[in-house]
Design a protein around this ligand. Sequence first.
Ligand SMILES: [Zn+2]
Length: 121
Amino acid sequence: MEKPAHQAVGHQQLYSGLIRLHVLHHAAAKPVYGLWLIEELRGHGYKLSAGTLYPLLHGMEKRGYLRSVEERSGRWTRRVYRATPKGREALSEARERVRELFGELFEGRRGSKKVKADSFR
Ligand SMILES: [Zn+2]
């Protein structure tokens, strides 16, 4: 039996949303490229291979959160990603949700009424 690839990097599925938020956060701050993101995410404890990161970036671009262009850097060209207006909007909404989760995880606060209403009505 072949081992699922995600076992090599830990709870990939659980963290995939967090990784996307990291990517969106950095792509909103400045243009970013794949290898830079791999290093950055490694600094946060996420060990992503190019084979995992690039499909993730393509997916986010397809959904309109990121836009990429080829940029020449010396002899090399690399694909550079920026957050779109939709991506920035999604990020600021996600920021509120992360704040909410953070409150529960670290401060024992219950979720706000607004999120509860959204989730259960
Ligand atoms: Zn980061």
